[in-house]
Design a binder for this molecule. Structure first.
Ligand code: PRX
Length: 649
């Protein structure tokens, strides 16, 4: 047998069957139903997607389902549709007309509810305003906003008129805005005076002024007043949102756009070099996000659905805006921080709005664990019926906590695996149809042909770690890197010719469940054992005192690489040399001597991207005693890094 690509050391074997009462009325109600639909989607993808596409409004139905000239895919060719029409207009003739589309809560506590009819009117008005400024189909428009309903309105209006939006996360600074606007030659930027974050104003317009001074293509800046801080308006370029829309007609005829019409660009930072502008197009993305929302979150008319992501990330695009609205769901949006004014804010929102489906990131779950159960227990969260996670592998212990404390041992958890590039969820449990296992993202979604491969391209055995690929195209896949087809090919399709490589390592267990083991760039090689980071970190987190852990390798003359673990502790636990030894012993007993960290470093916080992923790349430098280098624009809090260079225990 060839050398193992990555070795799995996990022995997690807990299994939770779907609760029988959950299956009643569920969209996919049994494993058989999943299996048969999945088989159909793989054996006859064109037939499967043709059928699924019928659930949408087409001005002209597609003539051809798929053209695949690797690595370039076209889906639903010959069809014309409009994503905003499918998210709004389509719902206005029936019972959804006056149902809440968005339930918004500002950080200071202000609230707004927009029904489908009201949201449609606002989107129409803003579409007319954009068109009035000369924004045409295909033009790029930047959106740099906080979590306000107008961010959703702006996205939907762009989608409606066929302008390509490029949302830049509101936590980024002006150079990120500048680089993204210039890369896409954006014609307009939509922003706001400021946004609330833990009681302070984050001044967005100021950043835009700085950015746009170096963006020759930007002709218009539209500014929503939210925080009423002082801003400078530039005559001829800057427009006040309310002034601009107040005389616009609240009706707008959605144009029929080609299925492959570019929908949005979203930049991913990547580990090196300049950000990649991931391009998604209209119909495939619509079908993928709508279908996954419906099946994975088991969305029903009675649900109040809350995804805590920011619209600046793909999760916000697919699972706050497009997927839920295409299904007529009622979506909660919250503007501020999870601990403003106290760490119970999320649970207070769940209680007051009666949230039924709650979707968040493992980093948030680990923060909840650290803050303590009492913040959840203070609130009545019994409205919840389904929980989800996305963004990183979730450590089984954090998963168990989420299940018992938030889900009260009642709610299934969907651990959804996907990427900016995949557009929608690709590996996931279906809550009424498949059992769940803590730490596993379960099975492939319909139409997803996912494989774990060895370096030589052969398929790994069950439980053998390898490289996670998708070897057939799917509707919501990225179409290219904006303006750089070559980079698209190189980045995603060169490792295995014609197959999409995710950059992640994974294994599939004997039941066919997938377990993601971490980014391939983070694999550590200790005494010939190639280990993914997730399993060792999970072992550390399974110790009762540990809240979060990140493991990296440093060069070691004896073992090739040695493991250094950065650990944050639960509230009230003190660090000590004794605890460090205990944790080393714990991993040694749990996994094996070879996986014992050489040193443990206690920290108050770990360096993370603004979307909550641990930046192991920076920790590698810290562990090796070097100055951290490389792109740091995505780092959430610089002070975390300097606090980390202390001594080992
Ligand atoms: O490493 C995987 C991890 O997040 C990466 C994608 O990040 P991004 O494009 O920012 O999108 C995040 C939201 C979709 C993946 O390559 N990842 C995401 N979800 C999971 C995950 N790792 C393990 N389990 C997941 N459920």
């Amino acid at each position: 047998m060839p050398e193992k690509t990555i070795e799995s050391v996990s022995h997690e074997d807990r299994v939770f069957e779907p609760p029988p009462e959950f299956a009643k009325g569920a969209v996919i109600a049994s494993r058989d139903q999943y299996e048969s639909l999945y088989r159909h989607s793989i054996d006859d993808p064109e037939g499967f997607w043709r059928e699924q596409a019928q659930a949408f409004h087409w001005f002209e139905p597609p003539k051809r389902i798929l053209t695949w000239e690797p690595p370039f895919a076209k889906w639903f060719e010959g069809g014309t549709t409009n994503l905003a029409y499918n998210c709004l207009d389509r719902h206005l003739d029936g019972p959804l007309r006056n149902k809440a589309a968005l339930i918004w809560e500002g950080e200071p506590g202000d609230q707004r509810v927009l029904t489908y009819y009201q949201l449609w009117r606002e989107v129409c008005r803003f579409s007319n305003a954009l068109a009035g400024l000369g924004i045409e189909p295909g033009d790029r428009v930047g959106i740099y906003m906080g979590m306000v309903p107008e961010a959703v309105i702006a996205m939907l209006a762009c989608a409606r008129i066929g302008a390509v939006h490029s949302v830049v996360f509101g936590g980024f600074a002006s150079d990120a805005v500048r680089d993204r606007m210039n890369d896409a030659s954006a014609k307009a930027v939509i922003t706001q005076d400021g946004t609330w974050r833990r009681g302070s104003v984050v001044p967005l317009k100021e950043q835009v002024d700085r950015a746009v001074a170096e963006c020759p293509s930007v002709e218009h800046v539209i500014v929503l007043r939210r925080t009423h801080n002082d801003i400078t308006m530039t005559d001829g370029r800057d427009h006040d949102w309310h002034e601009l829309v107040k005389d616009q007609k609240p009706v707008h005829q959605a144009p029929a756009l080609d299925s492959e019409h570019p929908l949005f660009i979203l930049y991913t930072s990547g580990s090196t070099g300049k950000p990649k502008g991931v391009l998604h197009t209209t119909a495939g993305y619509m079908v993928g996000t709508a279908l996954t929302s419906k099946y994975v979150f088991d969305l029903r008319a009675s649900d109040t659905y809350w995804c805590t992501a920011d619209v600046g990330w793909i999760t916000g695009h697919s699972y706050i805006v497009y997927g839920p609205l295409a299904n007529g769901a009622s979506a909660v949006i919250y503007e501020g921080a999870p601990n403003a004014p106290d760490p119970g804010r999320f649970w207070s929102i769940v209680e007051r709005h009666g949230v039924t489906v709650f979707y968040t990131a493992p980093t948030a779950v680990r923060a909840f664990v650290k803050w303590g159960d009492e913040w959840v227990n203070k609130h009545d969260v019994s409205s919840l019926r389904l929980l989800g996670t996305v963004g990183e592998p979730i450590n089984p212990e954090a998963w168990m906590w989420y299940r018992s404390v938030v889900g009260q041992d009642r709610c299934p958890i969907v651990d959804t695996y996907w990427q900016t590039e995949t557009g929608s969820i690709i590996l996931t449990p279906l809550p009424a149809a498949l059992p769940t296992k803590p730490g596993s993202c379960s099975m492939p979604f319909f139409g997803i042909s996912a494989k774990v491969l060895r370096e030589d391209g052969s398929e790994a055995e069950p439980n053998e770690g390898g490289l996670l690929v998708v070897d057939k195209p799917w509707p919501s896949m990225l179409r290219t890197v904006w303006g750089d087809d070559e980079r698209y090919k190189q980045q995603y399709f060169s490792r295995f010719e014609g197959k999409y490589f995710t950059g992640d390592s994974a294994r599939r267990d004997t039941d066919g469940f997938f377990w993601v083991m971490g980014r391939i760039d983070d694999v550590v090689n200790v005494s010939g054992h190639r280990l993914g980071t997730a399993e060792i970190e999970s072992s550390l987190v399974s110790h009762a005192d540990v809240a979060e852990a990140a493991v990296v390798g440093i060069p070691d003359p004896l073992t090739g690489q040695a493991l250094v673990a950065f650990v944050t502790l639960k509230g009230g636990v003190q660090h000590s040399a004794g605890l460090a030894d205990t944790l080393k012993g714990h991993v040694g007993d749990d996994i094996g001597k070879f996986a014992r960290p050489k040193s443990i470093r206690f920290a108050d916080a770990l360096p993370k991207t603004r979307s909550g992923k641990i930046m192991r790349r920076l920790l590698r430098d810290v562990a090796a005693g070097k100055e951290a280098h490389g792109d740091m624009t995505t780092l959430e809090d610089m002070s975390v890094l300097s606090a980390l260079s202390g001594e080992d225990e």
